[in-house]
Design a protein around this ligand. Structure first.
Ligand code: NAD
Length: 370
């Protein structure tokens, strides 16, 4: 099957999508090689440089033309959050499959509109919840499902970074609700929710608090601009299966670079994962002599598919961009008639109802049912 790609955006995620498009057929022989047709960015020169670097046939600064182009089957949306809504709606209307970065939009209503448009257009979608594709996370999911730690009793998760920890980090559009949407919850917290859903299932209700610690920031052209969205948020949650959990996120935790960490406690043991050590899983099982009990480290390897598609030796480690390649392979299989695997827009909307529920609970002081 011949699948033409338009990639919009060439920043952090644009490059990650582009690397995945180049690698996916080489790593996974069962998927078609995408045809890199249109690279779109602004200014045009930026798109042209990136197109030549990655081998796209054409470059443009007009995303509407790229989305509508008849040579395109898949649109990658990797622009800032405030552009996702219009791009996804246009791509769905043009009948294109959509690989869009998280979060879906600025508000829950945006996300709902986007989900409806994609569903009604009957196109396939994949949303950039890449951490759910990590073979280590998929292995943890299997271990929990197979009863390795017994009945789940508690879920704890946090996701911390320090990109806004310095109060003198300049003000940007990201600080505005109208352009950035939610703060730490939209950037980071939604990834944590995605891992919670994959590992232990849906969240039923949340009781939360959130705070903007650095309420203004210096503007590049002088003066200070307001910070409208949250630096951190914490929530007590109740999962649909009855057990409780704690979710915390902050963008101002010095030293934390991608501390997306979870603990799942069960009646027979505990599983721990930390994205800063993404090839490791810590497992404790209550068995054997107590004097030698302890957590064991499981290193990712070929027995944790699809790790072996990249490297034949355990412990040699996959990286962030490999997760993106796995995500793309799953998307291509769905497009070419395989079963859905990974969060499409309908599943992503469920994750994002939780972060918006956390924000609403923090604002009202009441428990919110998702
Ligand atoms: P970025 O600023 O590095 O890149 C954004 C790109 O979009 C830039 O190349 C910019 O020039 C381009 N752009 C902006 N307006 C445009 C327009 N009108 N037409 C065409 N191109 C335009 O941002 P980023 O860090 O890559 O973030 C992009 C998205 O990816 C955000 O939604 C963010 O939340 C998400 N993200 C996801 C992850 C993840 O782990 N899945 C990680 C980082 C960012």
């Amino acid at each position: 099957m011949d699948l033409g790609v338009a990639l919009i955006g060439s920043g952090f995620m644009g490059k990650s999508h582009a690397l995945a498009y180049r690698a996916v057929r080489a790593a996974f022989g069962d998927v078609p090689a995408p045809r890199l047709e249109i690279m779109c960015d602004r200014p045009l020169e930026r798109a042209e440089i990136f197109a030549s670097q990655f081998g796209f046939s054409r470059a443009t600064d007009d995303w509407r033309a790229a989305v509508a182009d008849p040579a395109i089957d898949i649109v990658s949306v990797t622009t800032p959050n405030d552009l996702h809504h219009d791009m996804v709606l246009a791509a769905a209307a043009a009948g294109k499959h959509i690989w869009c970065e998280k979060p879906l939009g600025l508000t829950l209503e945006d996300g709902e509109r986007m989900e409806r448009a994609v569903r009604e257009a009957g196109v396939h979608s994949m949303i950039g919840y890449n951490y759910t594709h990590n073979p280590t996370i998929q292995h943890a999911k299997r271990l929990i499902a197979e009863g390795e730690i017994g009945r789940v009793t508690h879920f704890r998760g946090f996701v911390d970074e320090d990109y806004q920890a310095d109060p003198e980090t300049p003000w940007s559009w990201r600080c505005l609700r109208s352009r950035g949407g939610l703060g730490a919850l939209g950037d980071l917290g939604c990834h944590l929710v995605s891992l919670a859903y994959v590992l232990v299932g849906p969240i039923e209700s949340v009781l939360a608090d959130m705070q903007t610690v650095h309420t203004d920031r210096p503007k590049r052209d002088g003066g200070r601009g307001p910070v409208e969205n949250e630096d951190l948020a914490s929530a007590l949650v109740r999962f649909r299966d009855g057990f409780q959990g704690v979710l915390c996120t902050t963008r101002i935790a010095w030293g934390r670079k991608n501390k997306l960490a979870v603990e799942v406690h069960g009646e027979k043991g505990t599983l721990c994962f930390d994205q800063e050590r993404l090839n490791e899983l810590q497992l404790f099982r209550n068995e054997g002599h107590t004097a030698v009990q302890g957590f064991r480290t499981i290193l990712a390897g070929p027995s944790h598919p699809p790790y072996g598609a990249f490297i034949p030796g355990a412990g040699h480690s996959l990286g962030f961009n490999d997760q993106k390649t796995i995500e793309l392979a799953a998307f291509l299989r769905t497009i070419t008639g395989g079963a859905k695997s990974g969060p499409d827009i309908t599943e992503a909307l469920e994750y994002e109802k939780v972060i918006h529920g956390i924000a609403r609970s923090a604002e009202t002081g009441a428990r919110v049912v998702i």
